[in-house]
Design a protein around this ligand. Structure first.
Ligand SMILES: *Cc1c(COP(=O)(O)O)cnc(C)c1O
Length: 401
């Protein structure tokens, strides 16, 4: 069947919640994806920051196949070895003390919010606690995560959303301080805002918010779903800042393709928040997901992925800076590690650049307000950066005055 016929069928069978690019991806190998017509694409999106190890990693694939033949699922009424190993390894690399596994990022956020609310409830016996979230944040599409997402366009049709949420200005500690009252139970933010347009937290901001939180025993929730798992050059982006959260969320690259997320808490939160009966999931943390997470963390360690990111991200940054210098319509370059963005003037629509890139065999996505987002697999090499840059320059030349 022709690609167009497949796409027609898709639009009849699948609820139309995405305006998709008009290609059907079929297989992947290393840094490249191939569509059903055999066309090859260099991937600078990694399935939205998921495929940290690229495609077809044989060690990872072998571990999954082995687990499929052994045991896929049992429920959380019993223990299973793969998830115990995964939890231990995740606590080790994060320095957090307990983990709850979910199936997605948005569920990790739900759990983080519940843990924070329960912590406050245990402390003062009251409800109606408030959460401070950030403008231009993104935390997911389920109702609780949507309630803390700082994008009115995403939220409005679904209001009223659960809980009392106030929005502060990102990178402005005073605007956080101004919203604090005796009902505040948590501050939630991405360490680097992803969907909002690639804005890393300023050092003073994160330190300032941490100080405000500590002074009043308010929990700091850091969403590391996109910026975590090595992308920043440290295992988790907050490790670049030396500011440890009370609760942290993780997903996307955690399973490198197997749907899995997690929220992690410190000992303090573990001891005084969610208890048996307060939270649960049927699939979350099943043996298959456990085998995936466990193997991903092994490979990260063996191959020193964070060390590689530190080196290669410097090169990507340099090249993007050069592009910014050469094309006047590039307003800014921002980012941390392999989470980078180029903000363009309105006359050069990022969505249009992304479509042209696809035609030329480069997968590039957008973020926020006219920002090109660079979130390649973490195993990228210089030659891939160069290949991307050549295609991007060709496209940018067509917009030059
Ligand atoms: C993608 C993302 C989420 C939501 O994760 P899903 O797995 O799509 O539910 C939440 N927070 C951040 C920062 C994200 O990038």
């Amino acid at each position: 069947m022709e690609a167009n016929a497949w796409i027609d069928q898709a639009e009849h069978a699948i609820l139309h919640t995405y305006n998709r690019y008009q290609i059907i991806l079929e297989r992947g190998e290393g840094l490249y994806l191939y569509d059903t017509e055999g066309k090859k694409y260099l991937d600078f999106a990694a399935g939205i920051g998921v495929q940290a190890l690229g495609y077809g990693n044989s060690e990872y694939n072998a571990a999954l196949k082995k687990q499929i033949d052994r045991l896929l699922h049992t429920s959380n009424l019993y223990y299973n070895q793969p998830i115990i190993e995964a939890a231990e390894k995740l606590c080790e690399v994060s320095g957090m003390e307990r983990v709850f596994f979910t199936n997605s990022g948005t569920e990790a956020i739900e759990g983080a919010i519940k843990a924070a609310k329960k912590y406050a409830y245990e402390k003062d016996g009251t409800t109606d606690h408030e959460i401070i979230a950030m403008e231009h944040s993104f935390h997911g599409r389920s109702l609780g995560a949507l309630a803390v997402t700082g994008n009115a366009h995403y939220r409005e049709p679904f209001e009223p959303l659960p809980g009392i949420v106030k929005f502060a200005e990102y990178n402005n500690p005073d605007s956080v301080a101004a919203l604090i009252n005796e009902k505040t139970c948590a501050v939630i933010m991405e360490t680097v805002q992803g969907e909002g347009g690639i804005y890393p937290a300023a050092k003073e901001f994160l330190a300032g918010v941490k100080e405000i939180c500590e002074a009043r025993d308010i929990l700091l929730i850091l969403d590391e779903i996109q910026c975590g798992m090595g992308r920043s050059g440290q295992m988790f982006a907050w490790q670049n800042y030396g500011v440890k959260p009370d609760i942290m969320t993780c997903a996307k690259a955690l399973g490198c393709g197997v749907p899995v997320g997690a929220f992690l808490v410190t000992e303090k939160v573990a001891c005084a928040s969610l208890k048996p009966g307060d939270h649960g999931t049927t699939y979350g943390g099943n043996p298959f997901a456990g085998a995936a997470v466990s193997k991903v963390l092994d490979i990260f360690k063996e191959q020193n992925i964070t060390g590689h990111v530190q080196k290669i991200s410097g090169y990507l940054e340099e090249q993007l800076e050069q592009v910014k210098k050469d094309y006047g319509f590039v307003k800014a370059r921002r980012g941390l590690g392999l989470l980078q963005g180029l903000e363009l003037e309105p006359r050069v629509p990022a969505g249009e650049v992304s479509k042209k890139a696809l035609e030329q065999g480069l997968i590039l996505i957008t973020a926020g307000n006219n920002v090109l987002r660079f979130v390649p697999p973490l195993v990228i090499e210089r030659k891939h950066v160069d290949e991307m840059k050549e295609i991007l320059r060709g496209i940018f030349d067509s917009y030059a005055d």
